[in-house]
Design a protein around this ligand. Structure first.
Ligand SMILES: *Cc1c(COP(=O)(O)O)cnc(C)c1O
Length: 369
């Protein structure tokens, strides 16, 4: 079989029976909305993350929206975030009428550079929203310290880092609110859309649950505005089956990443391998290298029919939706712009074989087998 960018098939074949049983159980009981699997999953994930509350959600974009709404973010407010992410991060700030204020990234980790945050804070700043990109947590101690100083909440966009650890603690347990996604290709993925929120704050948890359900506190009574942000019971059932293999997959991802590092050792003049802070354990949602010869490398991969991706070719402040808006950025975001031109993601996943990795690296450098 040809090499997939993210192979979900091996996992499926291994879990086929459990997934089938879980799905059939939902079809039998028929509670497709907020069925027992949803609550079973929330309990398991809260324990796994080490957070008091888990609030499952319809997807990782809605979960960011729910978090921002629960914090009361609205028109005129500013939220400090990173320009080097998927659009959803800044999009949900903007959709509430608030302004995403972009600060530049650390060139080694690609995450928000905490040294840039304080200068971006003003009286309109209402929150800080770092992203834990490619599966590695942002520098949360530094970001939390600044947030504490200015009494600001922090939302971690952990859509790519579910299962990662920072100083021994799980991603999504490190800040006021942690948000993640279960999009199929994320480290823990369902078979459709899904997401979740985590917090230790009882009031915020209550509010986020309420927002997830049209702002209602009891049936057909709506004190606040909310959304339809629920996770389907079927997706919760699939996640429960997949979760049983997840901790092994995190370890397998370390092995795959280490083997890439080994195979790329001879080519470090052409490509930089991912830099993982010693206190971090990445889940490698992406295995992203940096290179000055991206076009050449892409041509070689393409000629061998090896899939690749660029995360992300355009930093968010240069996306037309933001570039042309009144909230046009003013900060220097040169590092994010430079990274957008030089990053390249290779096929990655817990089930990528050593043989496939060798094929990929041989193609990347035109080596004979
Ligand atoms: C995938 C992703 C999202 C959005 O998650 P969906 O479940 O696709 O809505 C948000 N932020 C980041 C950084 C992502 O990678």
């Amino acid at each position: 079989m040809s090499i997939q960018f993210i192979n979900l098939r091996t996992q499926y074949l291994e879990l086929q029976k459990n997934i089938g049983d879980r799905i059939n159980k939902v079809l039998e009981h028929g509670q497709f909305i907020m069925g027992p699997e949803v609550f079973e999953l929330e309990e398991k994930l809260a324990a796994f993350i080490g957070a008091k509350h888990c609030i499952s959600a319809s997807n990782g974009t809605d979960s960011l929206l729910i978090a921002l709404m629960a914090l009361g973010i609205g028109p005129g407010d500013e939220v400090i975030t990173t320009p080097f992410s998927f659009i959803a991060t800044a999009e949900m700030i903007a959709i509430l009428g608030a302004k995403p204020v972009f600060v530049d990234i650390d060139p080694r980790t690609y995450n928000m550079n905490p040294a840039m945050v304080e200068a971006a804070i003003n009286k309109n700043t209402k929150a800080i929203m770092p992203v834990s990109l490619y599966g590695q947590c942002a520098d949360m101690d530094s970001i939390n310290a600044i947030a504490d100083k200015f009494k600001l909440p922090v939302i971690e966009d952990g859509a790519q880092s579910f299962g990662a650890t920072y100083k021994g603690k799980r991603s999504c347990s490190l800040t006021t609110i942690g948000s993640t996604s279960f999009f199929p290709s994320k480290p823990l993925g369902c078979y459709g859309d899904g997401g979740a929120l985590f917090t230790n704050d009882d009031e915020l948890a209550k509010k986020m649950k309420q927002i997830r359900l049209h702002g209602q506190d009891r049936r057909y009574h709506h004190p606040i505005i909310g959304i339809n942000g629920r996770l389907d019971t079927l997706q919760a059932a699939i996640l429960l089956a997949k979760f049983e293999r997840f901790e092994k997959e995190i370890e397998d991802r370390q092995t795959v990443a280490a083997n890439y590092g080994f195979l790329l050792q001879a080519h470090t003049s052409e490509v930089a391998i991912p830099y993982i802070e010693p206190h971090n354990k990445s889940v490698y949602a992406q295995y992203t290298i940096k290179t000055n010869t991206r076009e050449t490398l892409i041509e070689r991969l393409s000629s061998h029919s090896i899939p690749y991706s660029i995360h992300y070719p355009t930093p968010l402040h240069l996306q037309p939706a933001f570039y042309n808006s009144s909230s046009k950025h003013t900060n220097d975001l040169g590092i994010a712009e430079n990274c957008a031109n030089s990053v390249l993601s290779l096929p990655m996943g817990p089930d990528l074989t050593k043989q496939e990795q060798t094929t990929i690296i041989n193609a990347l450098f035109n080596l004979e087998k």
